[in-house]
Design a protein around this ligand. Structure first.
Ligand SMILES: Nc1nc2c(ncn2[C@@H]2O[C@H](COP(=O)(O)OP(=O)(O)OP(=O)(O)O)[C@@H](O)[C@H]2O)c(=O)[nH]1
Length: 391
């Protein structure tokens, strides 16, 4: 499953985001390190269910709104200098190595200082921490590269030395493949002889590999309390930015669970359908105002930006019956898989099961009932019948 990690300073609102996005019961408090251990849960990317192209709903979506599972990781508070072991230091950074993409949560209200301690709203400039997660990760990675450089130099004396291989061996723990390392070595100019490398070369490699393997979406949280210019200035940074109110989303999900509002995660508005107290009504109207200004609470949008824009995934639906779009038991569109754009039907077959992938014969596009070629690139919402010797 795709893994999305929440990172940022203490008090930025990660636990609240996590709790909203998973409805898991984690501690939420206005003091550093509410989250001590990495929390792992399941959240969702939201997309249009293919069953909307048919008369009947599939039963696996909410009236045409499909949620596709992704792993969500809530990693404990990061403080400046974590790469040197400050705060929870390396433990934090280790937890991030499993992630495919990072949601860097910042307190856009300016109510949390550089150490993650609460301060008067508006007194800290959140733009200061826009690059914070990225910098900590890159410095940490540069440190690992430097620590292991001696061994690369030693290996370079062997006649069959291959720098791609040596570096990717060192960086696999970070989630970098040989392909990533090779792409990075091609993109930047490095001396061929490892002995000639300087700290700048190693830092450039760390930064390039980080960018390839851990892209970042900035979540400008506490948008409800943020001066508009903070949001504007955060949007001017070089990262994708989503304005969010994590506790607004949490309130909406709880209210929806209680049957008080009609709301699906990612909707840009909601209806109050149950009895609410005056205080609740005021709270909900405040959330509506923020949602109107930002096209929703931003929690689902942040996840979708990470999955569909930054990681550039497509959702594909394998079926066994191409006419009814069902599996062997008659269930319609039971599974949805997130695959990188450019993936083929055979990649989908492997995602379903390695045996299905190995026995792959051909595939049929269920919409057109036509056979599709082996190099066909899957598109968002494709419904595919895979014909395999393992079916
Ligand atoms: N105004 C406002 N406050 C929020 C929002 N989201 C979270 N908070 C508050 O910010 C404080 C910190 O939230 P947490 O979710 O515990 O922060 P965290 O980043 O997980 O902090 P650590 O677990 O210490 O790393 C809590 O008091 C939350 O209620 C929001 O969207 N708006």
């Amino acid at each position: 499953m795709l893994s999305v990690a929440l990172a940022g300073k203490p008090n930025a609102g990660k636990s609240t985001f996590y709790k909203a996005a998973t409805l898991a019961d984690v501690d939420v408090g206005n003091y550093p390190f509410t989250t001590i251990d990495p929390n792992r849960g399941v959240s969702y990317a939201r997309t249009r269910c293919p069953c909307l192209d048919r008369e009947e709903r599939c039963g696996n979506c909410e009236d045409g709104v499909r949620y596709v599972g992704v792993e969500l990781l809530d990693v404990a508070g990061l403080v400046p200098g974590a790469h040197e072991g400050r705060g929870l230091g390396n433990q934090f950074l280790d937890a991030l190595t499993n992630a495919d993409v990072i949601l860097a949560v910042v307190d856009a209200s300016g109510g949390t200082n550089e150490e993650g301690e609460p301060v008067e709203v508006g007194t800290y400039d959140p733009v200061e921490e826009a690059d914070f997660v990225e910098e900590e990760l890159e410095q940490w990675l540069a440190g690992i590269i430097e620590k292991n450089w001696e061994s690369v130099v030693r290996k370079s004396r062997s006649p069959d030395f291959d720098i791609d291989e040596a570096l990717s061996e060192m960086l696999t723990g970070f989630g970098a493949t040989e392909y990533d390392v090779a792409a990075s070595l091609r993109a930047l100019e490095y001396p061929e002889d490892p002995q000639q490398w300087t700290d700048e070369h190693r830092e450039a490699l760390a930064s390039d590999v980080r960018e390839r393997t851990k892209p970042i979406v900035l979540v400008a949280n506490k948008a409800d309390a943020a001066p508009p210019e903070n949001l504007e200035r955060l949007r001017e940074t070089d990262k994708p930015v989503v304005a969010a109110t994590a506790d607004g989303e949490l309130a909406l999900r709880k209210a929806a669970e209680a049957g008080v509002v009609d709301y699906l995660p990612g909707d840009d508005d909601f209806d109050i359908v149950g009895d609410v107290s005056d205080a609740q009504a005021t709270g909900l109207e405040k959330i509506r105002e923020v949602s109107e200004a930002n096209g929703g609470t931003g929690v689902q949008e942040a996840l979708n930006t990470a999955v569909y824009d930054v990681l550039d995934m497509v959702t594909a639906y394998p079926v066994q019956n191409e006419t009814k779009w069902t599996d062997g038991t008659g269930e319609m569109l039971p599974d949805a898989f997130l695959l990188e754009r450019g993936s083929t039907p055979k990649d989908l077959a492997y995602a379903v099961h390695s045996d299905i992938g190995e026995g792959y014969l051909h595939a049929v596009d269920a919409r057109s009932a036509r056979r599709i070629g082996e190099d066909y690139e899957l598109e968002e919402g494709d419904v595919i019948k895979i014909v395999s010797t393992a079916n």
